[in-house]
Design a protein around this ligand. Sequence first.
Ligand SMILES: [Mn+2]
Length: 475
Amino acid sequence: MKIAHFSDLHYAPGNVEESDRCFGFAIDHAVLAHADVAVISGDATDHRLDAHAPSLNRLARRVNGLSGSMPVLMLQGTFSHEPPGTLRNFELMATTHQIYVAERVQQVSLHEGRFYPSDGPVFSDDELREVLAIGADVVFTCLPTVNKGALAVAVGAKEAGTGLEAVLGDYLAAAGRVNQQLRAAGIRTVGVSHGTVNGCTTEHGVTMAGFDHEFSLGGLFDAECDAFMLGHIHKAQQWERAGRVVAYPGSIGRFHYGEEGDKGFLMWDVEVGSAQADLVVTPSRQTICVDFDGPPDMQRLTAIALDATDKFVRVRWQVDEEHKQSVDRDAIAALFGNAAELKVEARILPVVRSRAQGISLETSIDRKLERWCEHADVDPAPLLDRLQVLETGGAEAIAAGVLARLTDVEAAHPFATGGLPALSSMSEPAPVAVQEGPSDDDNDEALPMPDATVEVVESGSASRLSWLNDDLFAA
Ligand SMILES: [Mn+2]
């Protein structure tokens, strides 16, 4: 038996082109492949749609057309995507074949094109006897989105937080006992649900592992279904155990940037005791995502743009606040002029300056310096000495004093006796920079010039921060 399994159509004004192109393609393919029945496993719509919304009309036309070729089972998906009650209208859109809406936990048999639901969550003994007597092409075990609030009431609020998987596990095991009898009678069994399997992978490559997920893979296989058709996760994936298969087709189209892998629907071949699911790829839109740690690399973007015609392109970068003007957004837009869409996301990193607390309250330079030394954990004595030298001596005289000390630290020079540490032990400031100023030849000749070299740099070109001219407190 061939079952066409579509999921997560997400019809909405913003998605309608993508949803409808892909779903239309999928239906055409399923009809041509002579599928016997169609399953839509939740999230047919993306959110509450107005009755007059063109996207709702497009979806209605598709489902209506599908029912011209095969019976359709629609399962209630996530409430925020598909407000309860939405699907009931689709039951009325049936043409040749029935459209059945599963919005509660139940089992449904399909016999000669008609659906026969259980009264309770599983077929009662009497109902099961009837199904076995009449026969069925397939029995669906339907587990629509579970309302955690209702579950909390049913099992007691204390258990609801962690007990979701366990409670559903009990149900799946109960369904499994019925399904085993059906299989023994030669009837195919198919599970349909909308939720997260612990350990599955999302369309963004994230592994869903935790306690808040509805299903364990083992629990699903305990339902003893030949095939288990899932919705909710937008990435196609499947698991097999002894010929039986659990699978997500993923979403019908690509609704977000960064979604990995192909989009499509599953063509199932379900037999008693075994199943096979093949992904049929839909013509979903192609996206290109480019992320830069820093400013955008225009050369790389130019190369990428060559292959971006009719694709959906997202470019992300981050740039420091003071350099944000350096990014030429118009040039990037021009590069991707042939793309179907260009989305740019710039992250501006704010400049954070940390200032030494209380420094502005000090009135004298030496007190400010002492305050800074406290914060920076620096011995203030040598720095205060240098400050004094700077305030009293000229640049030439200071340099001459340093040079004199290089050859003879014992020289009777006013600065050498000031308790200054030897130059080699000085950590700040470095390198020693001597400002080139208007030189006085007479003065130069009068000074003893030892055989030593001193790097002379323009103050403006010094790469190191100068504590005189620069903001030392900028982080
Ligand atoms: Mn969905």
